[in-house]
Design a binder for this molecule. Structure first.
Ligand code: 5AD
Ligand code: SF4
Length: 470
């Protein structure tokens, strides 16, 4: 069988490399090296995309700065998942007009998920005339070509490509960290959960070839990266389009076989595709971190059906049981939405009871936000924001108590942690992460950063552990 999703031909990527070189020559003729700033909203996939954008900008001869002030190119990589994220972007993009008045040659670009929404493109076209370039996630690999068009012609370029998207290999990358790295293994989503905008803005699921992924990871391990997160909207359906029988558990096994002292994490997993085979592989692979982010969204089967999630409350709980039988000390995290249209307080209670039954280590909690174009946005929603807020606050309170108790159980234990940075408090000069990705504050020499060390946990709070080096 052949793969069913498109791969960008190498010569098309090379053309982008050529555009980068062309802009670099122009940039080198300037007296002061031009500066570029990339601001990222939203999820880890966006962080990873921004690392590619910075890579391309560096190849075009830009120095990467960490402020928009005075930058020659500003790229805003946006998130559309909730209304609040969009409002922040509109506010911040609006404010950029003042900087542009002082620096008229400045090029302002907006990309990411919001760029792919028709109503956003229209609003930017009409009311944000200082934005020069707009392109969606599917056009990311063509950024050099699009920027060149703005650069040379000074016209506005709006490139909203409604295609299913493709796989682009060989783009330059400028990573933000030296210890932790993101590796995208697939793009897009086919699930169409009824509340979610992602499938409309990020195209269909498509997987990178395993060899490309494994080469990238091997290179990262060789460069000293210690904590590698495989990214995809739904990593559990990795490989389905490849036509080679490759699947996510097999990719994990092959990643695990790469020699070196490093941890493998992955996100996000969809419960309907998380199989016993995945859990077996997690148990058997020593480099695969003992943690799983498995969004449940609601604890009520009627709401789950209305969300088009493809599993019931009971099926979710069965998965958790199957996982815990295999990996008893698994660190579990999840996402949950409160106030889906028509969710009654009685139905919300099922969400509360699910978190009490599962006892997640941490939870990412959201109030439902209607997204234009999704089926849920058309549903009747008789409940007010205030009513939803009451339930939301109850949920957070219950979860905070569980998180605290989970953390208390670490006190007195010894955890192998990756020391991954300086602390922000003089009493705890270092920060670290357990294998299960719990944050640990501790004291020690900054020369330890980058090492795996045994740490005895001495006390805790709801959101962090505190420990001392052994
Ligand atoms: N409203 C609120 N939360 C949402 N999420 C996705 N779409 C919405 C929405 N419209 C949440 C889900 C998802 C996480 C990334 O964001 O919980 O897992
Ligand atoms: Fe959105 Fe559902 Fe796809 Fe996740 S699996 S990105 S929640 S549609």
């Amino acid at each position: 069988m052949e793969r069913t999703t498109a791969v960008i031909p190498a010569e098309d990527i090379q053309r982008q490399t050529k555009y980068c070189a062309e802009i670099k020559v122009l940039n080198q003729q300037r007296q002061v090296p031009p500066m570029a700033y990339v601001d990222t909203y939203g999820c880890q996939q966006n962080e990873a995309d921004s690392e590619l954008i910075r890579g391309m900008l560096a190849d075009m001869g830009y120095e990467i700065t960490d402020t928009s002030d005075g930058a020659d190119v500003i790229v805003i990589n946006t998130c559309a998942i909730r209304e609040h994220a969009e409002q922040r972007v509109f506010g911040n993009v609006g404010a950029l007009i003042h900087g542009k008045r002082k620096k008229p040659g400045q090029i302002i670009c907006l990309c990411g998920c919001m760029a792919q929404e028709a109503h956003v493109a229209e609003r930017l076209r009409q009311s944000y005339r200082h934005v020069d370039l707009l392109f969606g996630p599917q056009a990311l690999w063509r950024f050099p070509e699009l920027l060149r068009r703005v650069y040379l012609r000074r016209g506005r370029v709006f490139d909203v490509d409604a295609s299913d998207g493709a796989i682009a290999e060989g783009l330059p990358v400028r990573r933000s960290g030296k210890l932790k790295a993101w590796v995208s293994i697939m793009y897009g989503c086919n699930n169409f959960c009824s509340y979610c905008i992602v499938p409309y803005v990020r195209g269909r699921e498509r997987s990178r070839e395993p060899e490309a992924i494994l080469n990238e990871i091997e290179t990262l391990v060789g460069q000293g990266y210690k904590d590698i997160t495989l990214l995809g909207q739904n990593v559990n359906s990795y490989g389905m389009d490849l036509g080679s029988g490759m699947d996510f558990p097999t990719l994990l096994e092959r990643t695990n076989a790469i020699p070196g002292d490093f941890l493998i994490r992955f996100m996000t997993s969809h419960p309907k595709d998380a199989t016993d085979r995945l859990f077996d592989v997690m148990r058997n692979c020593e480099r695969v971190a003992p943690c799983l982010h498995l969004p449940f969204q609601s604890g009520n089967s009627r709401v789950l059906r209305a969300m088009n999630r493809g599993y019931s409350r009971e099926e979710y709980l069965d998965k958790i049981q199957a996982l815990r039988e295999r990996v008893p000390h698994i660190v579990l995290t999840s996402d949950v939405i409160v106030g889906f249209p028509g969710e009654t307080t009685r139905e919300f209670e099922d969400t509360l009871s699910l978190i009490q039954e599962v006892r997640f280590d941490a939870l990412f909690t959201f109030i439902y936000s209607p997204r234009e174009g999704t089926p849920a946005a058309k549903l009747d929603d008789p409940f007010t924001r205030e009513e939803k807020q009451v339930n939301f606050d109850r949920l957070v309170e219950v979860q905070n108590q569980i998180s605290l108790e989970k953390h208390q159980a670490y006190i007195g234990t010894v955890q192998r942690c990756l020391i991954d940075g300086a602390g922000d408090d003089p009493r705890s000069s270092l920060k670290a992460r357990t294998a299960g990705n719990r944050l640990v504050h501790l004291n020690g020499d900054s020369a330890l950063i980058g090492q795996f060390r045994d740490v005895r946990i001495t006390h805790c709070s709801t959101f962090a552990l505190f420990g001392e080096l052994i």
